[in-house]
Ligand binder design. Structure first.
Ligand code: NIG
Ligand code: FE
Length: 392
């Protein structure tokens, strides 16, 4: 069955051959959805006939957001840690152990229900693709359990056993790296598409360059693809390691040297910026302008987690990126959609040209510009053409 979507004041296709500018904008547009894919998009006056139709009432339609970096499988919260930071305390990843303890003692049902609530909360704000990491289990059983639950909601699951060295391995870091690269990887790989590591030599909790290399190489050898947490708290080897190993994405990129920027510009690794983390840790924002000027592909994601960034809102991240990181509204929307798709190597999402998945988000506004122009106002939501009316 085909469905014609009309009443689109402005359509963002992210297909420059299809419309104006890098966002491929079409004014007074329509779109035909068939079997979950975009069959046609363009000016309304040229729209073909379809079996049913939906009128979105003069609103903007954009590709659903691609949130390429989240940590949604966890129990408990760290609101008190957030409050302490807002009173001057420093973030170094040490609070992760509190979430690990809460997650280990939670039932599958508790973890599943939190995970599903967060995915629904994201959909309600326009997100249609989400990556989900493990990293709050840190035992063979708990990491595999977290990934099994994550795989219930997304194909983009990421094994992050190397999130921090858990407290029971204090003073025995090499034993923990051996566990992660051995039995833990073996148990988790069937549920994971990606391998990740928190590479941050400045944090006593995270992993240095050599440890990160061992983790990523083991994951690659087991058939997973790489993505990396790097350069969040300080400049370090993580960004260059990610580029060298051909990682799809290196995430945070808050503290970069010129050599890091040159490496990114010469490689294929996407730089994924997570402004919710800087907001929630009261840290300086990454310099997106510097990366874009060097020709680096930039993505935006929420990093949704209970410690460093407890937001599920891509529009909030877009507003921060525009106001605080030197991005234009066009660049920020592209980074939150097509950029996220590049970071996940998902050519099927992040655009609304023919052949793309019909993952639409509708804005209670006439233009994409309102995403940053009306910060904090819930104007975006995912639209499922199969189940939303009115129909004719
Ligand atoms: O991406 N940096 C490491 N991991 C998460 C934070 C996790 C936490 O604080 O619970 C991040 O910011
Ligand atoms: Fe993260």
């Amino acid at each position: 069955m085909s469905t014609l979507v009309t009443g689109i004041a402005e359509l963002v296709t992210n297909d420059p051959s299809h419309g104006r500018g890098p966002l491929g904008l079409v004014a007074d547009a329509a779109l035909v959805v068939e079997d979950g894919a975009v069959a046609w998009s363009g000016p309304r006056r040229r729209a073909p006939a379809a079996d049913a139709s939906i009128d979105v009432g003069g609103r903007a339609v954009i590709p659903g957001f691609v949130d390429s970096h989240t940590h949604l499988v966890f129990a408990g919260d760290r609101a008190a840690e957030f409050e302490a930071r807002m009173s001057g305390a420093h973030y170094d990843g040490g609070g992760i152990s509190a979430t690990v303890a809460a997650t280990r003692s939670a039932s599958d049902d508790v973890l599943r229900s939190r995970l599903r609530d967060l995915v629904a909360e994201m959909r309600g704000q326009g997100t249609t693709t989400v990556e989900v990491k493990s990293g709050y289990g840190l035992t063979v059983e708990d990491e595999a359990r977290c990934l099994r639950l994550a795989a219930e909601v997304t194909p983009d699951t990421t094994f992050l056993g190397a999130h921090v060295v858990p407290v029971e391995y204090a003073g025995r870091r090499e034993d923990y790296v051996a566990l992660v690269t051995g039995p833990m990887l073996e148990s988790c790989a069937p549920f994971a598409r990606w391998i990740d590591v928190f590479c941050e030599p400045a944090s006593a909790h995270a992993f240095d360059g050599e440890e990160a290399r061992a983790v990523l190489e083991a994951g690659l050898a087991r058939g997973l693809q790489a993505r990396v947490h790097a350069n969040q708290l300080s400049a370090g080897p993580g960004v260059r390691l990610a580029v060298e190993l051909g990682a799809a994405s290196v995430d945070h990129c808050t503290h970069l040297t010129d050599a890091d920027v040159d490496a990114l510009a010469g490689g294929t690794t996407v730089a994924t910026l997570l402004p919710g983390a800087e907001f929630s840790t009261r840290s300086p924002y990454p310099d997106a302008r510097r990366l874009l000027s060097a020709g680096v592909t930039v993505a935006l994601a929420t990093d949704c987690n209970p410690g460093s960034s407890f937001t599920s809102s891509m529009p909030f991240c877009i507003a921060l990126a525009v106001r605080e990181m030197g991005m234009t509204p066009v660049e920020a929307l592209w980074a939150a959609t097509a950029g996220g798709a590049a970071a996940l190597r998902r050519p099927d999402v992040g655009h609304l040209g023919p052949g793309g998945r019909a993952d639409l988000a509708v804005l209670d506004a006439p233009s994409y510009r309102y995403l940053a122009y009306r910060p904090g106002v819930p104007i975006a939501r995912a639209l499922a053409p199969e189940d939303s009316g009115p129909r004719t």
